[in-house]
Write a protein that binds this ligand. Sequence first.
Ligand SMILES: C[S@@+](CC[C@H](N)C(=O)[O-])C[C@H]1O[C@@H](n2cnc3c(N)ncnc32)[C@H](O)[C@@H]1O
Length: 259
Amino acid sequence: MKPQGVVTRGTTNLNRLRRVDNWIVETCGDRLRSAADPLVVDLGYGATPVTAVELRARLAAGVRADVRVVGLEIDPVRVAAAQSAADPPRLTFARGGFELAGLRPALVRACNVLRQYDEGEVAGAWRAVTERLAPGGLLVEGTCDELGRLGGWLLIDADGPRTLTLAAKLTALTGPAELAERLPKALIHRNVPGEPVHDLIRALDDAWRAAAPYAPFGPRQRWLRTVAAVREAGWPIVDGPRRWRHGELTVPWPTVAPR
Ligand SMILES: C[S@@+](CC[C@H](N)C(=O)[O-])C[C@H]1O[C@@H](n2cnc3c(N)ncnc32)[C@H](O)[C@@H]1O
């Protein structure tokens, strides 16, 4: 089976994907707990397998001890380099692309993989992956900065994208407009007037400015007020303060889907 996709830059970093991983534990945990086979694929783990090792540890601690993670990489050199970190059967590494090397996982995490593809290739990549998931399976696909301080990811199932989550390290955030730099590939070129995701970022930025009086109580209080205000203004935020406290918010895909 020929791996589908192309080799891209392998940039990765220790703890870079902690925000998305913590969100996966919380949001996708039940799906994994009920899976007949708790198989998870980390697609495109990069030059070193560190984020795959972390994903396995977080899922084993937070969801179920018998979870198996397979790191798939399209670059055979990176597959060979990862073998010393393998811990079979819990954590293994193999060559593969969007075809998932014939696996049928319950969950796929693909972070910072589609960034270097063309926007027009995104839907096909999502389809290739979601067609191969186990029944009820999920794909989490997104982008973050080098240190994982800013990120955005989509939850996608066999019917297509369901939600967009934006996340930031609040103590480092100057304003929600920064989140636009780390939108998932499907949205990053859409932060322009007339596009719904641009309206969302602008609404967040306006609310953040209006919440300036909360700044003395810390950036978390300011963010909580910001997201609450955006919800009051009519944006259908699907999560609540429990996740907002982590510097996140999640909206349904139809509210941000490109026009
Ligand atoms: C920037 S690194 C991301 C590493 C890690 N996921 C992270 O977020 O830190 C992207 C990796 O995805 C790999 N890649 C790109 N397309 C792929 C595909 N279709 N299937 C598997 N790996 C792919 C590249 O070879 C590269 O090593």
